[in-house]
Write a protein that binds this ligand. Structure first.
Ligand code: HEM
Length: 415
């Protein structure tokens, strides 16, 4: 990282990135990049034990469904060398500085730190408590990410998530924090993914690859596909997805995939009722969708009828077969993206075990339907499977807040 001293030296005439640095920029960079690492400080009182305890902070819509934070960033890092207790203290100091700067909630900042299998296996030489990702359908060949650390940030202020990412990755300063939050001690930044979810945002970002011309995404839609997602009863609760015991008690698992959307035929060839059939179920009408309040279960009991009578099945209908005691297994914290100039979805879901995710994704594949009616294939007339490509998959374990910085590392002292 550039230190303040190096920047001043540069300002004397040396080029950075090919451009001569002038005095104005010296001042700007000098003040924008604090050089002293943030000291290890206290945590504000009253923060939840669970890192994934976001829901209580969210506002509800008129039906009592939580409204997701509007903007997200996913930051991925690898370990640089063998992890040390000092590295753990540095990361914890940075996360605590963020907790002190912003209240826990969408008006401030929400975040989780999750750790991948490689962190445990390569970094700690331990068996990983979390499985490696794998392809989960016959029609995907995803890149299987192998990052050590995934930080997920979310809030309602796009500038804030962007500047938090810039502070951690590039060492930019944040308002009110005079020291550096750069995560360069023991960690190497690898990738950032960006996104948004909520009324109006997809429409205002629709001029990208994967969306046909003509502004087809409705102005009111919270997601590119035009429907609202995240109704209360279509989600697990935070209690449901929390690990009950062991070193990760109070934690959860997170599955992070990157789906690239291909909505040409979604908007170009299907009418609204045909889209409803594929998103929910062929037995569901558009009028019913507009009356959904807290549950769009789309009756999985009617799946056989959908297969034989309609030759088309719905995403919500097939996925709901994975419910346990009538409740879904996942909390979906997904959001749309235009990363790389392409419409996409960063599918972030929390579940108690990765097995719960695999069960749900397998239900969504509905492979039995393709045998029962040849007009249904793995993708055609099969929910929304035709309209996206799985580009990447990854699994992480999200410890409790107290264990979030380098979990299971010997010799850590975080008090
Ligand atoms: C482009 C991608 C996707 C979109 C636009 C989407 C949208 C939706 C919508 C509108 C619903 C109806 C219920 C609600 O309002 O929440 C739903 C349900 C659901 N989706 Fe998706 N979904 C997508 C991808 C996925 C993926 C990749 C999974 C992973 C397995 C998934 C799992 C589920 C589950 C578990 C439910 C609830 C089922 C139940 O009620 O039991 N979705 N989705």
């Amino acid at each position: 990282m550039l230190t303040r001293r190096k920047l001043f030296a540069s300002a004397a005439g040396v080029a950075i990135g090919g451009a001569a640095v002038g005095v104005g920029l010296e001042k700007e960079l000098g003040s924008a990049r604090p050089s002293d690492p943030v000291p290890f400080g206290p945590q504000p009182a009253g923060l939840p034990v669970r890192q994934h305890a976001w829901t209580a902070t969210l506002a509800d819509d008129e039906d009592g469904n939580p409204i997701a934070p509007r903007f997200d960033r996913l930051l991925f890092f690898d370990l640089e060398g063998r992890p040390t207790p000092g590295d753990a203290r540095t990361l914890e100091a940075v996360l605590r500085a963020l907790e002190r700067a912003y209240p826990w909630g969408p008006n401030g900042l929400l975040f989780t730190a999750g750790w991948g299998p490689g962190y445990f296996e390569r970094g700690l030489k331990l068996a990983s408590p979390i499985e490696r990702p794998q392809a989960l359908s016959s029609f995907e060949l995803p890149i299987l990410d192998d990052y050590d650390l995934c930080l997920h940030f979310a809030c309602d202020d796009e500038d804030r998530v962007a500047s938090v990412a810039a502070a951690l990755v590039e060492g930019e300063s944040l308002p009110g924090i005079k020291d550096s939050l750069a995560l360069t001690e023991g960690l190497r930044w690898r990738e950032t993914r960006t996104g948004f979810v909520g009324t109006g945002l997809p429409a205002s970002h629709q001029n990208v690859g994967g969306i046909p011309p003509g502004d087809p995404v409705p102005a009111s839609a919270p997601l590119f596909m035009g429907f609202k997602s995240g109704l209360r009863k279509n989600q697990a609760t935070e209690d449901d997805v929390t690990i009950a015991d062991g070193p990760f008690a109070g934690g959860t698992t997170v599955q992070v995939s990157y789906l690239r959307l291909r909505l040409d035929s979604w908007y170009g060839m299907l009418d609204e009722q045909e889209r409803v059939a594929r998103m929910y179920a062929p037995e569901v009408s558009l009028a019913e969708v507009n009356r959904f309040t807290t549950d769009a279960e789309s009756d999985p009991q009617l799946l056989d009828q959908a297969i034989s009578r309609y030759g088309v099945i719905g995403h919500s209908q097939t996925s709901a077969r994975a419910r346990r005691n009538g409740k879904p297994l996942l909390i979906r914290r997904d959001f749309n993206t235009v990363d790389g100039g392409e419409a996409g979805l960063h599918f972030v879901s929390l579940q108690r075990t990765i097995h719960d995710f695999v069960t749900t994704r397998t239900a969504m594949n509905a492979s039995r339907a393709t045998i029962q009616n040849p007009s249904i294939t793995a993708t055609i007339n099969n929910g929304i499977n035709e309209f996206f490509l799985v580009v990447r998959r990854a699994n992480y374990i999200v410890p409790s807040r107290a264990e979030r910085s380098y979990p299971l590392l010997g010799g850590r002292r975080l008090t």
